[in-house]
Design a binder for this molecule. Structure first.
Ligand SMILES: O=C(O)C1=C[C@@H](OP(=O)(O)O)[C@@H](O)[C@H](O)C1
Ligand SMILES: C=C(OP(=O)(O)O)C(=O)O
Length: 452
């Protein structure tokens, strides 16, 4: 049967020998969203280099422009003129965030403490994802919400005349929820505190400090982080801001090189913030040859060049407490595990069920279609590998509007015995528009696939 959406663009990936060369992945997606958000909010001009121009981040840029920020490009640099803290304008129309969970959740937080209405929509994937995790703390601050049942998009919010600062303990490991509450606190009088029992990526805290916010982080006896933000203070433009390479994008050429015999690849300028390096740690435990070269600090973040060579991997148990530092990397770790000697056990994966797709189920179905031995649990996945790749591949993978499922299974096809086809390549542009060209430049064979 023909797919209903005639625009689906299948892509096939087949084994074509070693991957070699030097590459630079695009800017970090989390930092790029925040660069547009904080640059658009802070008074003055912020010049952003290395910004990821993926669809998710551009949606955040458009949202900030709809609320009064001005942005333009000068060569490779984005120049953002912000409105000043507390001075966002009511958007005229509906704000469309497409596929972007980070974009919509952080922006809902940011505007939640404004006495105006804002309406948010997204694509079919985003409209299935839970928004209650952000709306619940916003309601405590006095925000009115009209949402589809189950707190899903499309939804409208209207902030109170004066938002109440709150102290909020984040019930799940989520940097998006932490950030949404802090951003709402920027326009509330007094101190808003987020208590984070499990540490997640810290870009919001670091960048808010860089923009001059008064923010204080302490750790209690149980190890929970308390992030206290003083609301309604001035935010001033950060001047020049450089976005380092995205470790979640680097994960794809990294795993592709590890599993494809003869490969030797350097990935330059990768963010090495410890809240983001769980995949590298895990792959090193699996026996990966990854040389972390030229560690340096750029704009307040550690970066390094990763020199990766094909390696014989072995299965490991990934500790569940590592999940927040590699949450977006489990799909591609499952592909690395398919080539490891023995079984790789991944636990603590409940959050994977509420990403762009139910990633636990999407990965398991993709592994199934390609002859990879695995067990899917409620919040776990174990994968048993075939180091020679024999008998692997030959399947067609449903990507469910999920860029990371698409890229992970294309990486599988680079080393499996039979080719792998994904149903649709388009979502890759949300986070890594250069992926297909970059991988082809390293020697991968990617070509249009058949529609059925
Ligand atoms: O704050 C961020 O920039 C992100 C946080 C994570 O989501 P959760 O907060 O839902 O874990 C991650 O999966 C997402 O890609 C980016
Ligand atoms: C989960 C992701 O993004 P988001 O939540 O921003 O859609 C991701 O990029 O893997």
């Amino acid at each position: 049967m023909q797919p209903i959406d005639q625009a689906f663009r299948p892509l096939a990936s087949r084994r074509a020998g070693a991957l070699t060369g030097r590459v630079r992945v695009p800017g970090d997606k989390s930092i790029s969203h925040r660069a547009f958000l904080f640059g658009g909010l802070a008074a003055g001009t912020t010049r952003i280099s290395g910004l990821l121009e993926g669809e998710d981040v551009l949606a955040t840029g458009r949202a900030m422009a709809a609320m009064g920020a001005r942005m333009k490009k000068d060569g490779d640099v984005w120049i953002v003129d912000g409105v000043g803290n507390g001075a966002l304008l009511e958007p005229d129309g509906v704000i469309d965030f497409g596929n972007a969970g980070t974009g919509v959740r952080l922006t809902m937080g940011l505007v939640g403490s404004y006495d105006f209405a804002a309406t948010f929509v997204g694509d079919a994937s985003l409209s299935r994802r839970p928004m209650g995790r952000v709306l619940d703390p916003l309601r405590l601050m006095g925000v009115q919400v009209v949402a589809r049942s189950g707190d899903r998009l499309p939804l409208s919010i209207h902030g109170p005349r004066v938002a109440a600062p709150i102290s909020y303990r984040v019930p799940m490991a989520s940097a998006q929820v932490k950030s949404a509450v802090l951003l709402a606190g920027l326009n509330a009088p007094g101190v808003t505190t987020v208590i984070e029992p499990v540490a997640t990526r810290d870009h919001t805290e670091k960048m808010l400090l860089g923009f001059g916010a008064k923010l204080d982080v302490t750790v209690d006896a149980e190890g929970a982080r308390h992030i206290a933000l003083e609301g309604q203070g001035p935010l001033s433009a950060a001047g020049d801001l450089t976005v380092p390479g995205d470790p979640s994008s680097a994960a794809f050429p990294l795993v592709a090189a590890l599993i494809t015999p003869g490969s030797d690849v350097v990935i330059e300028n990768v963010l090495m913030n410890p809240t983001r390096t769980g995949l590298i740690e895990t792959l090193l435990e699996m026996g990966a040859s990854i040389e972390i070269a030229d560690r340096r600090n750029e704009g307040g973040e550690d970066v390094a060049d990763l020199h990766v060579r094909h390696s014989q991997l072995k299965g490991v148990a990934v500790p569940p407490e590592r999940a927040p530092s590699m949450i977006d990397e489990y799909p591609v770790l499952a592909i690395a595990a398919a080539f490891a000697d023995g079984t790789t056990l991944m636990q603590g994966l409940d959050e994977l069920r509420v990403k762009e797709s139910d990633r636990l189920s999407a990965v398991a179905k993709g592994l199934e279609a390609n002859g990879i031995s695995h067990v899917e649990g409620k919040d776990s996945l174990s994968v048993t590998g075939r180091p020679d790749g024999k008998g692997l591949g030959g399947g067609r993978v449903d990507t469910h509007l999920d860029h990371r499922i698409a890229m992970s299974f294309l990486v599988l096809g680079m080393a499996s015995e039979a080719p792998v086809t994904i149903d649709d390549v388009r979502m890759i542009a949300t986070s890594f528009p250069e992926f297909v060209a970059m991988m082809a430049g390293l020697g991968a064979a990617l070509e249009p696939g058949s529609r059925n």
